[in-house]
Design a protein around this ligand. Structure first.
Ligand code: GDD
Ligand code: MG
Length: 365
């Protein structure tokens, strides 16, 4: 089977980090988000993946190349963003889509059985089968009304609370019959959720597949943190995950769950966790304390520093005795001088040098 991953869009709610790093390359427990998707697709026998890309496409291409674990990876580049349906049509000119194919949002991580979804799809003879997941707040999602035969009777994108037909949300994973391609115009921005699904639902050609496993949609930083912390808990449980060639001093304290990436060094007297993820080739100096934080690759944190509840993107350098308070975001290549205090919910834009204290909530740009 072939799969199309929607990997474009500007990820505005993940700015400023997403100015420099495409959303699909944000790390989630030791690997870029897109690897979670590719690993899942591989497990179910997908052999060709087409990424629908535009913004920061070169970085995705540089990371993934043309094969991933034996699957062919191709890129379908939009000149301007084509929404969620347009990229599927564009991809159909790059590769022949004869049989049922899979398409999905690139910003979801799901424990879903595609084999089961496919047999459901073939049984219901729908034009599209949409994976559904129950959510607390349906307003951020596409929401459906489902009948007892699993047919979607109504599809409403981003409803108000009083318009939401249920709490069953579109999980952003679809099995699609090629005849649907005729409904999507060429070279024009077009939306699956607003311009295809509602009509298909009225014609009873849209089927819903609910699944029990986990599902994360990574729209903003708090979704991103939740996905990391929950998946870390699932993978690490009450222990520490430590990758090869990492070095953790036996005079440091790790409070699980903690993840330490390949080649990272944690020096003596430091304390990490609970809920700390350190990417590849990181360095944590002596007597540094980190709690509830996500640290991307190649980050250096000087001795005696304190980091709590922060997201620190790749290639950041932090001096000695720095204090980074809850809810702060440091973008790629930021440098923080010795003794600086970064207040709660402060945001530092890419490449900034910070030599003086940053007050809570302030944006350094
Ligand atoms: N190639 C391409 N071009 N991809 C795009 C474009 C575009 O113009 N616009 C968005 N995407 C990609 C995004 O990268 C993301 O992976 C996916 O399409 C969905 O776009 P979002 O902008 O993240 O949409 P959303 O999260 O608000 O809503 C969608 O996802 C929800 C589940 O996570 C909808 O599909 C909802 O119905 C759904 O419930
Ligand atoms: Mg999304």
């Amino acid at each position: 089977m072939k799969a199309i991953i929607l990997a474009g869009g500007y990820a505005t709610r993940l700015r400023p980090i997403s100015y420099v790093i495409p959303k699909l390359l944000f790390p989630v427990v030791g690997k870029p988000m897109v690897h979670w998707t590719l690993d899942m697709l591989k497990k179910f026998g997908v052999n060709e993946v087409i990424l629908g890309v535009n913004y920061l496409a070169d970085l995705l291409r540089a990371e993934l190349g043309s094969t991933y674990d034996g699957m062919h990876v191709r890129y379908s580049l939009e000149k301007t963003p084509l929404g969620t349906a347009g990229p599927i049509k564009l991809a159909s000119h790059l590769t022949k889509l004869h049989g049922t194919f899979l398409a999905m949002n690139g910003d979801v991580i799901a424990d879903i059985n595609i084999r089961r979804m496919l047999s459901h799809h073939l049984k219901t003879e729908a034009s599209i089968t949409d994976a559904l997941h129950e959510v607390m707040d349906p307003r951020r999602f596409g929401v459906v009304e489902l009948d007892s035969a699993h047919r979607i009777l109504r599809f409403v994108e981003k409803p108000n609370l009083n318009e939401a037909p249920s709490r069953l949300a579109n999980a952003g994973i679809y099995l699609i019959e090629p005849d649907v391609l005729r409904m999507i115009p060429d070279d024009r921005k077009f939306s699956l959720e607003r311009q295809i699904f509602p009509g298909l639902a009225r014609q009873r050609r849209l089927s819903g597949f609910t699944f029990p496993g986990y599902w994360f949609d990574i729209g903003n930083l708090s979704d991103y943190q939740r996905a990391n912390f929950e998946l870390l808990s699932r993978k690490a449980g009450k222990s520490t995950l430590q990758e090869k060639r990492s070095k953790v001093s036996n005079r440091s304290a790790l409070r699980p769950p903690v993840y330490v990436g390949r080649g990272s060094r944690i020096e003596s007297g430091s304390s990490l966790g609970p809920f700390v993820l350190i990417g590849k080739s990181g360095q944590v100096g002596k007597r540094t304390r980190i709690t509830k934080s996500i640290i991307f690759d190649e980050v250096t944190i000087g001795e005696g520093s304190r980091v709590d509840g922060a997201v620190i993107a790749s290639n950041v350098t932090i001096g000695k005795n720095v204090k980074i308070e809850r809810g702060s975001t440091l973008s790629p290549y930021v440098q923080v001088g010795d003794g600086v205090r970064i207040g709660e919910n402060a945001v530092v834009h890419p490449y900034k040098e910070v030599a003086t204290n940053v007050s809570p909530g302030k944006h350094v740009m």
